[in-house]
Design a protein around this ligand. Structure first.
Ligand SMILES: [Zn+2]
Ligand SMILES: [Zn+2]
Length: 305
């Protein structure tokens, strides 16, 4: 275990906010690249079987995404109203989900049922495929409200995967120019969800990656995503300074968020690399920090607001 200290001050190396691209919409081949990264990480990993399972799940997400029809977005005046009131356009908790996300789930379950999986996973897939729309809506609502203790842990990754497909399809149809910043800035400006992790790009800027819609939004570095404190921020790694995945902790609110350094490893993926570094979560939780991030494919830590 290595606990680092500050590597740069807030704003250092950063151009003025007006010159920074605030929001990146998700790429259409995101799940393809995620599956490739998961297979790369699985090689020789103690959780290799689990990461291979997630790679198959990402494959099915890509297929489901390609089958979804074009989404219906909020009307321009509704978008304007959201911006004026600092509300997310496609709020995870209030957006009227269209039943088409059930089709994404069915496609995911159908494909996963053709893969050689442990018996327990096969049973989960079979039972979820038989559930009523009302049951699925209730589970989705619980997940998006972060009521994780009410969810079946074995079903949650499939429901989360389908919701990610649906929200990515919605978000990728937006015009990034129409999305405004949101307070608190630790929440996705498009859907209001928590980030999975931060990504430090080659240009030195940090973007938080949404756990639901996969958008990435800018947040100045060495700033806590939960409470905006710039004091008492520390970096933690499992193996040392060359680790491409680190955790940034905040003494003010006792939270942490992982940071992925793209200049160290170009293929990093927020969800894949988060789940491949659960040992780092254990380290931070052992030190008394709560995860400010969320990962819909795995029970997330419930961090502070
Ligand atoms: Zn989002
Ligand atoms: Zn904080």
């Amino acid at each position: 275990m290595t606990t680092g200290s500050l590597v740069l001050e807030p704003g250092q190396f950063e151009p003025p906010a007006g010159q920074i691209t605030f929001l990146y919409l998700p790429a259409q081949d995101l799940f393809v690249r995620r599956a490739a990264r998961l297979r790369q990480l699985a090689n020789g990993h103690a959780l290799g079987g689990y990461l291979q399972f997630l790679a198959s799940l990402a494959d099915t997400q890509q297929t489901a995404l390609q089958r979804l029809p074009a989404p219906v977005l909020p009307a321009p005046d509704e978008q304007r109203l959201c911006r004026q009131h600092g509300m997310p356009l496609l709020s995870a908790t209030t957006w009227p989900r269209e039943p088409v996300w059930h089709e994404a789930l069915s496609a995911i379950l159908r494909q996963m049922s053709q893969i050689d999986l442990p018996v327990a996973a096969q049973e989960t897939i079979r039972s979820l495929a038989r559930q009523t729309p009302a049951y699925l809506e209730r589970q989705a609502g619980l997940m998006l409200m972060e009521e994780w203790e009410e969810l079946q842990p074995n079903e949650a990754p499939f429901i989360g995967a389908a919701l990610q497909v649906y929200w990515l399809r919605l978000a990728s149809a937006l015009d990034a120019q129409t999305v405004g910043r949101l307070e608190p800035s630790g929440r996705c400006p498009v859907c209001g969800s928590r980030p999975v992790a931060g990504m430090v790009r080659g240009d030195g800027l940090r973007y938080l990656s949404c756990s639901l819609c996969s958008c990435q939004w800018h947040l100045v570095r060495v700033t806590c995503s939960s409470c905006r404190s710039t004091q008492g921020i520390n970096l933690h790694t499992l193996h040392g300074a060359d680790d491409p995945v680190r955790a940034e902790s905040c003494d003010a609110c006792n939270s942490y968020l992982k940071l992925l350094y793209l200049e160290k490893e170009g293929l990093l993926d927020p969800i894949a690399d988060d789940l491949a570094t659960l040992a780092l979560d254990m380290l931070l939780e052992h030190e008394g920090f709560l995860n400010a991030g969320s990962n819909l494919l795995f029970h997330p830590g419930r961090g502070p607001e």
